[in-house]
Write a protein that binds this ligand. Structure first.
Ligand SMILES: Nc1ncnc2c1ncn2[C@@H]1O[C@H](COP(=O)(O)OP(=O)(O)O)[C@@H](O)[C@H]1O
Ligand SMILES: [Mg+2]
Length: 229
């Protein structure tokens, strides 16, 4: 009772510098917060730091300065093993490429985060992930392997894989970037519907203004800073 709502993800003065031959400052002090149930779109030119931001929010990369909290946990306080656990259990990732493994079936691919977490998936996991695959229209594809699926079907499998451990947050980095417009529309709609049905927060990077505007909010990255539209 009276418990404060914990944000799905929060960034405070997040900075990221890549130290190459010439240091590149990509993020210059990002402040943002995404609440459970929100669907947030991120726009920005190529090279503006969209993927860098998502990678820092999802514990794939460490910020140079500032803080990220996922489900209330300050990532700076976690060691690499704890970060890996947090990524596996609290965060789902969807990329432009599906990164499904050809030697596994659609169902096995979707179950991968569960297998990583606990070894063999239990009956409940199987039932939950199968239901999700049915939800995205892949009930007839469970035993197929990725090369036998269309691009849209592959990406729908990747959506279910992202959701397999019931994360708080899904980070989608140009998830429709490789798809034709009909499949893009379908993949986007499924993510949006699942967001509304389950309350899992989504942050989606896209170049498609029309899809971006169908979320709850649009954030734009420019010159290393984030602006709310
Ligand atoms: N691992 C890295 N090392 C050095 N520079 C990088 C690295 N990753 C990204 N960059 C640079 O950071 C900037 C932002 O990249 P990125 O986040 O991938 O942009 P976006 O996703 O918006 O296209 C680019 O200038 C890119 O070259
Ligand atoms: Mg990118």
């Amino acid at each position: 009772m009276g418990e404060e709502q914990v944000s799905a993800v929060e960034a405070v003065e997040l900075e990221k510098v890549y130290y190459g031959a010439v240091p590149t400052t990509v993020l210059r002090g990002i402040n943002m917060r995404v609440e459970p149930g929100e669907f947030v779109s991120v726009l920005g030119q190529s090279g503006s730091g969209k993927s860098t931001l998502l990678n820092c929010l999802g514990a794939l990369d460490r910020p140079s300065a500032g803080h990220v909290r996922v489900a209330g946990q300050d990532l700076a306080r976690l060691d690499d093993d704890e970060l890996a656990d947090l990524r596996n259990s609290q965060v789902g990732f969807i990329f432009q490429a599906h990164y499904l493994q050809d030697e596994f079936t659609c169902l096995e691919n979707a179950l991968m985060p569960v297998s990583i977490r606990k070894g063999n998936p239990g009956d409940e996991d199987l039932a939950r992930v199968t239901r999700l695959l049915e939800r995205v229209g892949l009930g007839h594809r469970l035993r197929n392997r990725p090369p036998q699926l269309s691009g849209g079907e592959q990406q729908r499998t990747a959506i279910v894989r992202a959701l397999a451990n019931e994360p708080r947050l899904v980070l989608a980095d140009e998830p429709t970037g490789n798809l034709d417009s009909a499949s893009s529309e379908q993949v986007f709609s499924l993510m949006r519907e699942i967001n509304q049905e389950t309350g899992v927060a989504f942050i989606m990077v896209t170049h498609d203004d029309r899809l971006a505007s169908q979320g709850d909010r649009i954030l734009r990255i420019e010159d290393g800073l984030l602006f709310e539209e």
